[in-house]
Design a binder for this molecule. Sequence first.
Ligand SMILES: NC(=O)c1ccc[n+]([C@@H]2O[C@H](COP(=O)([O-])OP(=O)(O)OC[C@H]3O[C@@H](n4cnc5c(N)ncnc54)[C@H](OP(=O)(O)O)[C@@H]3O)[C@@H](O)[C@H]2O)c1
Length: 386
Amino acid sequence: MPVPRLQQQNEGSLLATDRTLDSTMAPALAGSVEEFVDLARSSKCAYEAAYAIAEFSRHPERNAGGPEVLQYRPDHVVALPGEQEVLIRNEFCGMNYVDTYFRNGLYPSPKPEVLGREGAGIIVTLGSGVTICSDLAVGDRVAWLGTGGYAQYTAVPVAKLIKLPARVSFQDAAASLLGGLTVLTLTEEAYHVRPGDWALVHAAAGSVGGMLVQVLKSLGAQVVATAGGPEKVAIVNNLGADHVIDYRDDKGPRWPKQVRAITAGAGVDVVYDSVGLDTWEGSLDVVKRKGTIVWFGNASGPVPPLSLQRLSAECVKVARPLLGGYIATRQEFEYYCTKLFGLLTQGKLELRVHKVYDLEGVQQAHKDIERRDTAGKLLIKIDHSN
Ligand SMILES: NC(=O)c1ccc[n+]([C@@H]2O[C@H](COP(=O)([O-])OP(=O)(O)OC[C@H]3O[C@@H](n4cnc5c(N)ncnc54)[C@H](OP(=O)(O)O)[C@@H]3O)[C@@H](O)[C@H]2O)c1
């Protein structure tokens, strides 16, 4: 039986330089950092992750780019949890469109980087000074927001970690945490939705778009949605949208006219625009007087610079939110998590999963979502069998 060669790194992380065959003594048995280190040294743990290319010195130009910069790495360095962090043995990681922005450099971040900003799994080790949620213990089922999710193990800050209710599965948690919290903040804070409001949702067959349609309907809004292609239109119709427009068919460029017609010329109270560049002009066109455009994503690219003067004639508001800004405090984070878990446990939020990938399939997942081939959530199931 090969023994893993583990090295203590300067930053206090472990590097597994050998794959091993037996993971039966996984660090789920470990309680403290010291126990984890001992166990890892003496037993059979293998770590793997997919992450953006590490070869800075040889290929500095390739540290960000298309899906081809993603590499599957069985020699991944597992970070030990630092202060106010815990180490999670991931069961599922959610793939989000934002992962592509960090991969391609639209959102700058240091490389090499393990992508993946949400996951669900079990706490295997507590870092020092874990006090924010003092009831956390090894073995707890949790979901988290952070970085480094495309991996078997991730060290995550406890501030963005939440215990899972027994009735919320790892899969559902990873399929809904980031997107679900986004939807709840967009409908309560970016624009406070009231019954009877007209709302326009772009890319409504997507993971966030699909949840947004459902939450808007539960709040009593009248929903006009756009989606690309007849199959996606059918999916959004089934979610309860009042009107669904295929913005990629022959009449696609005419979708603003269709929205105007549906709303008897008035336009909508709020546009939720996550497509960006391609829909931006239309969104400005169909928002009604005193209405709000919430631009929250760049699936087709960032929107062009906007002269504020352009908003004055119709007294239009533009919001450009990021989830992190709405859940900065522990209180805010728990408030929205409680709401989300309430929707899930009461069966009020249908989670459509497009496909479950494994770590080796992460590159394909990035290709699929950028080709607009997906409808619903892309998940990564973490295999611990080797
Ligand atoms: N601001 C925040 O805090 C926040 C948080 C979460 C998500 N978001 C944003 O929400 C959006 C949805 O995220 P998601 O993870 O749920 O992804 P997704 O909606 O499942 O996938 C993206 C969808 O965007 C549409 N799209 C339109 N033009 C596109 C283009 N040129 N290239 C690729 N896709 C295009 C496609 O749907 P069609 O085929 O129907 O056009 C595609 O399926 C993203 O823009 C993301 O950045 C923002």
